[in-house]
Design a protein around this ligand. Structure first.
Ligand code: NAP
Ligand code: ZN
Length: 367
């Protein structure tokens, strides 16, 4: 068996009204919170109201930075952190999808290191940070149970995972906040979580214990497939999707994401393809790279598909059609990926440039 380390220090509160019922948990984090949200959703789905009521209930001061954009940039993180420093915030709370949750993690480092520029988030020198709480309002990224944060780097024209990593101290998962999600965001984010399960399950760092989490995630996803096909999401299904996505977060926290995520970042930056759909575009060709298909077949069988082509057909049937790409795009993306070996590091066997190019070509031009 592979040797492994399993580390997941976040205290997860799952269930209806979990924020209000566990408001005391905020007291261990600090005395003044800076809350991160996107522009709209947290104000309408009840999550911001519940967090602020909980903080008021335990005498914690708070303010809100509500300007986190999708795929947040380093510039935004720095602006928010400056606000936190000016106000004396001693912990952060991210409320939203992955974008506000990641923004809160990034700012937790910059608030603790006010002399640092945002680029320090991408640099190796370890930084201390203030405590982090997360409230997930999409069922997708699992950022509430991962140590990762992904930021847009305008100077480099792409997105990248931050070098500074921290798990949230506490995370709240109440599916009622996800009821306001559009069908499209529900599906794209569910597929993001599914690709986390798949990439963690097939990563070089896969191990027995983590695989059991991934397999339980596949089982839960299977139960949601009829609702996803019918675009019919009741609260029970939304709870399952949320549970699946947080399990998927636990999986990638241990085993990382792999090539579909690495391949998706540039197309997302250039063509504004939603993150989950960008991963899905590469999933079939990625899984075909494995000469030994034992695990791929096990995964397909748990998910209820006979073949990889059937699974790919399902993904295509529920996602928007892919954008137009050219051979020049394929070459450019291949060169960029080959120039960052770290992105290939979790693939279990070495890949040639030709194999990587073929994966891009099949994904973007053929299937
Ligand atoms: P998101 O970018 O956080 O949000 C997408 C959209 O959904 C926004 O318009 C947002 O509106 C809206 N929204 C969020 N919650 C809603 C709700 N309950 N009801 C209605 N609308 C809602 O989407 P995401 O897919 O969750 O996160 C994507 C980001 O996470 C990417 O940057 C990706 O790279 C990153 N990511 C991180 C990890 C990790 O481990 N840290 C893993 C995978 C992906 P508002 O702006 O108004 O809130
Ligand atoms: Zn993802």
């Amino acid at each position: 068996m592979n040797a492994f380390t399993f580390y997941m220090p976040t205290k997860v509160y799952f269930g209806r009204n979990c924020i209000i019922e566990n408001k005391e948990a905020f007291k261990a984090l600090g005395k003044r919170a800076l809350i991160f949200t996107g522009r709209h959703s947290a104000k309408i789905n009840g999550s911001l109201a519940d967090v602020t009521a909980a903080l008021d209930g335990v005498g914690i001061e708070w303010s809100v930075f509500d300007e986190v954009e999708e795929n947040p940039s380093l510039e935004t993180i720095k602006r928010a952190a400056d606000k936190g420093v000016a106000e004396g915030a001693d912990f952060v709370i991210g409320i939203g999808g992955g974008s506000p949750m990641d923004a809160a993690k990034g700012a937790s480092f910059l608030i603790a290191n006010p002399d640092k520029e945002a680029e320090a988030l991408m640099a190796a020198e370890p930084l201390k940070h203030v405590p982090v709480a997360e409230v997930a309002t999409t069922a997708g990224t699992g950022s509430e149970t991962t140590q990762y944060a992904v930021f847009t780097l305008h100077k480099q024209g792409t997105k990248n995972g931050a070098a500074q990593k921290t798990f949230a101290d506490i995370a709240f998962l109440d599916a009622k906040y996800t009821e306001s999600l559009s069908d499209k965001v529900t599906v794209n984010t569910a597929i993001d979580a599914l690709t986390h399960l798949i990439e963690g399950y097939t990563s070089k760092k896969a191990n027995y214990m983590n695989d059991k989490f991934a397999e339980s995630g596949f089982e839960i996803f299977k139960e949601c497939i009829p609702a996803i096909k019918a675009l019919d999401f009741n609260l029970e299904i939304r709870e399952k999707l949320l549970l699946m996505s947080t399990i998927a977060g636990i999986v990638i926290a241990q085993a990382g994401t792999s090539l579909p995520h690495a391949c998706g970042y540039m197309p997302t930056y250039e063509k504004h393809i939603p993150h989950g759909r960008a991963n899905a575009i590469f999933t079939r060709a990625y899984l075909e790279l494995f000469e030994d298909q034992t695990k791929v077949n096990k995964m397909l069988s748990i998910l209820g598909f006979d073949t990889l082509a059937d699974f790919d057909g399902f993904l295509k049937s529920i996602l928007d059609p892919k954008e137009e790409f050219t051979e020049a795009d394929v070459d450019r993306y291949t060169d960029a990926l080959m120039a960052t070996p770290g992105k290939l590091a979790l693939h279990p066997f070495p890949l040639t440039r030709e194999q990587v190019r073929e994966m891009y070509r099949k994904s973007l031009m053929v299937y």
